[in-house]
Design a protein around this ligand. Sequence first.
Ligand SMILES: Cc1cc2nc3c(=O)[nH]c(=O)nc-3n(C[C@H](O)[C@H](O)[C@H](O)COP(=O)(O)O)c2cc1C
Length: 191
Amino acid sequence: MTKSVTTMDAITALTQRVSVARLQAPAPTDDQLETLFAAALRAPDHMMLRPWRFIVIREDRREALGELYAKAALTEQPDLSPDAIDRFKGLPLRAPMLVAIVCSVTEHPKVPEIEQVLSTGAAVHGLLTAAHAMKIGAMWRTGSIGYSLVVAEGLGLKESEKLLGFVYLGTPVGKAKPVPELFAQDFVSAF
Ligand SMILES: Cc1cc2nc3c(=O)[nH]c(=O)nc-3n(C[C@H](O)[C@H](O)[C@H](O)COP(=O)(O)O)c2cc1C
């Protein structure tokens, strides 16, 4: 049983979820975070490999992540201007908390890597949807250096692990963006 109570019903959360780009303090509380991860952990998971891992980057560690971003960017583009370097350093400051999404891929005869990555993606969707239901702003971002080995190594990932980006979390700033109008008939056909 999780500690936080949400008031939004599941179908509303699933059909109305939107990402929130502009986020401010406060970050989710420890209790809220526990609920977000509980939602993530209910992702479908072939052979119960639990292929996901999450690394929480709290407010006081965002600058260290920014340094890693800058180091990664400089590895790819050694002639970056000081302004551009500062922009990379500032990227994690866009939210009071970030969660790095890691897929820990295991060799398995029945579960190829793609299924483990998909399962991790489903876990992130659970986390994002729970955040929406709890009125916590959230956005999944990779950015231009999101797949950099420098960032992965700096976060302590093993060679078999894949960094799948970061969920930025916080309190939404301003009004929520409208839910895009999409029609199932445009994506669904009969066999
Ligand atoms: C794996 C992944 C990585 C993403 N990376 C970025 C990113 O770096 N920057 C960005 O603006 N949006 C990124 N997005 C998209 C946003 O998270 C978001 O889904 C998109 O803006 C659409 O908004 P919505 O979720 O409200 O429909 C990414 C989405 C996924 C699934």
